[in-house]
Design a protein around this ligand. Structure first.
Ligand code: ARG
Length: 477
C-alpha cells in the first residue's frame, strides 16, 4: 500500500515538482502540538463512542505523545513528500502502530483537522499577545509615577496646542492598548468554536460525539461552561473569518505601536529634545560618527507594513472561494504566523524601551512658555466671566498677536493692556496664565486635570494588579 493516504484511486505517483509545490510542512510544522492535542481528543471520543477500543486509544495517545516529544526535541525527520504536519504525524503513528494507527482518521478529514489546529493555535496566540499588551500598559503606568508633575506641550497638527501632564500621554496609550485587548478577547469568542467532526464538508454517518471533543479541547464558553461548536459542517471547514479578525486586531495593534514609535522618534530628536532613548536601543551610522539613531522605534513603525500586508493577503485569499474547503486555504498560515511573530517581537522590545527612556523635564520646561499653550484656558476664564465664546476667542487671539509682536508670553503682557482688550478681567487672570496654571484649572472628566489623571492612574493600577493575580503567561508557540 502506498504511504500516501489518498493514493488508492491513483495509478501514477505525483511528480516530485508537485510535491515540492504543494507541501506546507515547511511552515505548518509549527502546529504540531495543536494537531496532536486535537488528535488525542478525537481518539478519546472515538473510544467513548465505541469506534476504538480503550486499548487502541491508549496506544494512540501514548504514541502521539512520543511523536510530540520527538518533534519538540528536533529528532523528528520531516519530508516534503508527506505534504503537511498532519500527514507527518499520522504517518509516524502508523509506522509505530500499524492498523491501530490507521484508525485515527476515522470520522475526520484534514479539512476539519487543520481548522481545529489553527483555532487552538490562535487561541494561544491571543493569550500571548494579550499578556504582552498588559506588560506595555504596566510599563506606561509605571512611568506615570516617575514622570509625576511633568508637563509637556500637547499637539494638534503637530503644532503646540495645550499643555498636558506627561502621565496623561502615557495613559492615552494604555487606553488604546486596552481596546486592542478587548478586541482580542471578543475575537477569542469566535475563535473558540470547534470545527472537528465536520469531516470533509458534510459531517459523518459515524456516531461521533462532537460535544465531547469540544469539552476535551476547551471549546467551551468560559462563563456558562457550554460547549461551543460550529453548527454547519460546510461553514466549519471553509470559515477563515477568525483568522482575518485576529490579523486585523494585530494590524490595529501595529498601528498603535507605530503611532507611539513615531511620537517618540520626534520627541527624542534634537528639535524636540523631550526624551532620551537608552543608548542600548539606538544604533549608529557607518559614516557619521556623531549619530545615535532611533532604529528600534523606526523598525516598529516600519514593521507595521508587514502586518497590514498580511491582512491584505488574507482578505484577497478568502475572497471568492467557493464552498467548502479549497487548497488555497493552506496559504492562510504564513501571513497569520508572520503577523503574530512581527507583533510579538515589536511588543517585546517596546516594553524595556518604555521603561528605560528618560524624559528631560528641564529641556521641556525651558520652552514650555513658547506656543501660547495657555490661550485656551485664558479664553475659558473669560467665558466664566460672562464673555460670549466667540468674543473671548477673538479677544485672546488679539492679545496673542500682540504678545507675538513683542516676543513675550501672555502672562508677560502688562495687566492694563490685557484689561483694555478684555474689560471683564481682574488680577485673577494670572491664575490661568502660564502652562502650569492652564493644567491646574482643568476639571472635566477625562481631562488632564491633575486630580483626574491621578484618579485614572489609580484605576489602571488596581485593574492591572487584579489581572496579575488571575493571569499567568502561557504556552510558547
Ligand atoms: N495542508 C492543508 C492546509 O493547510 C491541510 C488540508 C488539506 N486538505 C485537503 N483536502 N487537501 O489547508
Amino acid at each position: 500500500m502506498s504511504w500516501k493516504p489518498w493514493a488508492g484511486v491513483f495509478t501514477e505517483a505525483p511528480d516530485p515538482q508537485v510535491e515540492q509545490f504543494t507541501e506546507s510542512v515547511s511552515f505548518d510544522r509549527r502546529l504540531y502540538s495543536q494537531d496532536i492535542r486535537g488528535s488525542v481528543a478525537h481518539a478519546q471520543m472515538l473510544a467513548k463512542v465505541g469506534l476504538l477500543t480503550a486499548e487502541e486509544c491508549q496506544q494512540i495517545e501514548q504514541a502521539l505523545h512520543e511523536i510530540e516529544e520527538e518533534i519538540r526535541s528536533g529528532r523528528f525527520v520531516f519530508r516534503p513528500e508527506l505534504e503537511d504536519i498532519h500527514m507527518h504525524i499520522e504517518r509516524a503513528l502508523t509506522d509505530r502502530l500499524g492498523d491501530v494507527g490507521r484508525k485515527l482518521h476515522t470520522a475526520r478529514s484534514r479539512n476539519d483537522q487543520v481548522a481545529t489546529a489553527m483555532r487552538l493555535w490562535v487561541r494561544e496566540a491571543i493569550e500571548q499577545i494579550d499578556y504582552r499588551l498588559r506588560q506595555i500598559q504596566e510599563a506606561f503606568v509605571g512611568r506615570c509615577e516617575r514622570d509625576a508633575g511633568v508637563i509637556v506641550p500637547g499637539y494638534t497638527h503637530l503644532r503646540r496646542a495645550q499643555p498636558v501632564l506627561a502621565a496623561h500621554y502615557w495613559l492615552c496609550y494604555c487606553e488604546k492598548f486596552q481596546r486592542d485587548r478587548d478586541r482580542l478577547s471578543d475575537c477569542r469568542r469566535r475563535v473558540n468554536m470547534l470545527p472537528l467532526g465536520a469531516a470533509a464538508l458534510a459531517g459523518t454517518s459515524l456516531p461521533i460525539d462532537r460535544h465531547d471533543v469540544a469539552r476535551r479541547l476547551g471549546f467551551v464558553d468560559p462563563e456558562t461552561g457550554q460547549e461551543q461548536l460550529l453548527s454547519n459542517s460546510l461553514d466549519a471547514v471553509s470559515d477563515r473569518d477568525f483568522l482575518l479578525e485576529f490579523v486585523f486586531d494585530l494590524a490595529l495593534i501595529s498601528e498603535h505601536l507605530s503611532t507611539w514609535a513615531e511620537e517618540w522618534i520626534l520627541w527624542s530628536s534634537q528639535e524636540f529634545g523631550f526624551l532620551k532613548l537608552p543608548e542600548a536601543f539606538c544604533t549608529g551610522s557607518s559614516i557619521m560618527p556623531q549619530k545615535r539613531n532611533p532604529d528600534v522605534l523606526e523598525l516598529i513603525r516600519g514593521k507595521t507594513a508587514r502586518v497590514i500586508g498580511d491582512l491584505q493577503t488574507l482578505l484577497v485569499l478568502i475572497k471568492g472561494l467557493p464552498l467548502a474547503y479549497n487548497r488555497d486555504l493552506q496559504e492562510d498560515k504564513p501571513p497569520v504566523f508572520d503577523a503574530f511573530d512581527t507583533v510579538r517581537a515589536c511588543l517585546e522590545i517596546a516594553v524595556p524601551l518604555i521603561q528605560q527612556a528618560e524624559l528631560d523635564p528641564a529641556a521641556i520646561a525651558e520652552r514650555l512658555d513658547q506656543g501660547y499653550l495657555d490661550a485656551t484656558s485664558f479664553m475659558e476664564y473669560l467665558i466664566q466671566r460672562g464673555v460670549p465664546q466667540r468674543t473671548a476667542h477673538h479677544q485672546v487671539g488679539r492679545l496673542v498677536r500682540r504678545a507675538m509682536e513683542l516676543g513675550i508670553s501672555l502672562a508677560q503682557l502688562p495687566f492694563e493692556e490685557i484689561q483694555q482688550m478684555c474689560p471683564e478681567i481682574d488680577q485673577g487672570v494670572f491664575q490661568v496664565l502660564g502652562a502650569r496654571q492652564a493644567v491646574l484649572v482643568m476639571q472635566s472628566y477625562g481631562s488632564t486635570a491633575p486630580a483626574e489623571v491621578e484618579r485614572q492612574i489609580q484605576v489602571w493600577k488596581s485593574r492591572l494588579a487584579a489581572e496579575k493575580a488571575q493571569c499567568q503567561p502561557t504556552l510558547i508557540l
